[in-house]
Ligand binder design. Structure first.
Ligand SMILES: *Cc1c(COP(=O)(O)O)cnc(C)c1O
Length: 412
């Protein structure tokens, strides 16, 4: 199922010029409808089973977007104390929050206990012991899901693969039962279930199915041993169709997962990030300069790798269109690059694009996930503004940073 890549821009093309006239570039634009419909697709796909969709905040943790998801009934998957506080601020209920992460500090665990979050996705025996001590000393109970590493290759980019034995995440699945038997005896802990998350941008669901099969069978065994499990958490990772070659839908995932867990009687937890938010966002950027070096043409934009790191970090593909030119303009092959002083600062290499002139407006699509949330101030560049479209009505949800924002924490 190949999507027409050009149609990716349809939701934003008409709104773009007026938006950048008002808010300038680079500019992140999101659509509330597109976030809501992505959430609804998940909710409908998994409706046959008791479940909670816990949005992974790290994909994009901007408050206004979180409020959209919280108001739809989503839970939250967090990986730091900061994300915990942001999730609560956005209105997610503490009991609908799961706390993941391989290096939670005592401070972060304590914050989770104090706020009464739903589950701790524990990733090591050390964390279990620390969580037990912290919970016991507060007279609190921590619900624990053990993150297991099922040793499957998600066939994604190595930097976003997490379920192989050599990765730092989780505990080897063969050790999970022993660790949970020990956990059951530790004060302050309630063993709630097992979790896995094998990686991100999964486009082949074979490995995910294998992983779910493995944790379902582990859960079955634990239930047989008398563990009072409540949940089974299959993580996130569903891929997005960045390049028009197709990606699985929540219904595809549900069709593979639901039959495996049906008999367990557990509540299914999902932790999607990218697949809820990526296609709901775009990055608008103006062409600062055109140049040719030898045989290579360059389109230089006012957005850079500090605004959108994914192409530099993972060689990720984002579809890009020139919104200022129509079909009468010839396509050229060019590198589309930012102004940052790094050769790795590019959005696309040798890409076909309607020949831009300086000042043209480009849109970088599917930039809702792992884009703003990975933005930095590298090269002393303020982070871009963010706008949320409510239908046709734009709302500024984060102002552009100023020079003073960048210098404010410095001590002379
Ligand atoms: C990053 C992450 C997710 C979300 O992954 P996506 O690919 O954005 O769906 C879910 N769970 C955990 C533990 C993660 O680290």
């Amino acid at each position: 199922m190949t999507l027409n890549l050009a149609s990716k821009k349809d939701w934003i093309a008409a709104a773009a010029e007026p938006l950048v006239r008002e808010f300038e570039t680079p500019l992140y634009v999101y659509s509330r409808e597109r976030i809501e419909s992505a959430y609804e697709a998940y909710a409908a796909a998994f409706a046959p089973a008791p479940h909670r969709i816990c949005y992974a905040l790290k994909a994009n943790s901007s408050l206004a977007l979180l409020k959209v998801l919280a108001s739809k009934g989503a839970g939250a998957d967090i990986v730091s104390g900061g994300e915990l506080r942001q999730a609560l601020r956005a209105g997610f209920r503490p009991e609908d929050i799961v706390f993941s992460g391989v290096g939670k500090t005592d401070e972060e665990l304590a914050l989770g206990l104090e706020r009464g979050i739903g589950e701790f996705n524990v990733e090591s025996e050390s964390e279990l012991r620390r969580l037990s001590a912290l919970a016991a000393s507060r007279g609190a109970r921590a619900f624990v899901t053990l993150r297991v590493n099922p040793d499957v290759d998600p066939k994604s980019h190595p930097y976003i693969s997490t379920g192989l034995r050599e990765n730092k995440f989780g505990v080897p699945i063969e050790e999970a039962a022993r660790i949970l038997r020990e956990a059951r005896a530790m004060p302050g802990l309630e063993v709630s279930g097992v979790q896995c998350h094998i990686g991100s941008q999964l486009r082949d669901l074979g490995p995910a199915t294998e992983a779910v099969k493995a944790i379902a069978s582990l859960s079955r065994m634990l239930l047989g041993e008398g563990f009072a499990l409540r949940t089974i958490d299959i993580g996130g990772g569903l891929g997005v169709d960045y390049d028009g070659t197709g990606a699985p839908a929540p219904t595809d995932l549900a069709a593979l997962v639901l039959p495996q867990i049906k008999d367990l009687g557990l509540k299914l937890l999902l932790e999607p990030g990218r697949s809820l938010i990526a296609a709901a966002g775009a990055l608008l950027t103006r062409v600062v300069a055109m140049k040719t070096n030898g045989a290579r043409r360059f389109v230089i934009t006012d957005a850079g790798m500090n605004d959108l790191l994914r192409p530099s970090l993972y060689s990720a593909y984002h579809h890009i269109e020139n919104l200022s030119r129509g079909e009468e303009t010839p396509l050229i092959q060019a590198d589309i690059v930012g102004p940052v002083c790094e050769s790795g600062d590019f959005f696309a290499k040798d890409r076909a694009i309607r020949e831009p002139r300086e000042g043209d407006l480009l849109v970088i699509l599917d930039a809702g996930a792992y884009s703003f949330s990975m933005a930095s101030n590298y090269n002393f560049r303020p982070r871009a503004a963010e706008v949320l479209l409510l239908g046709a009505v734009p709302r500024l949800i984060r102002r552009r940073e100023t020079f003073e924002d960048l210098t404010g924490a410095e001590i002379e």
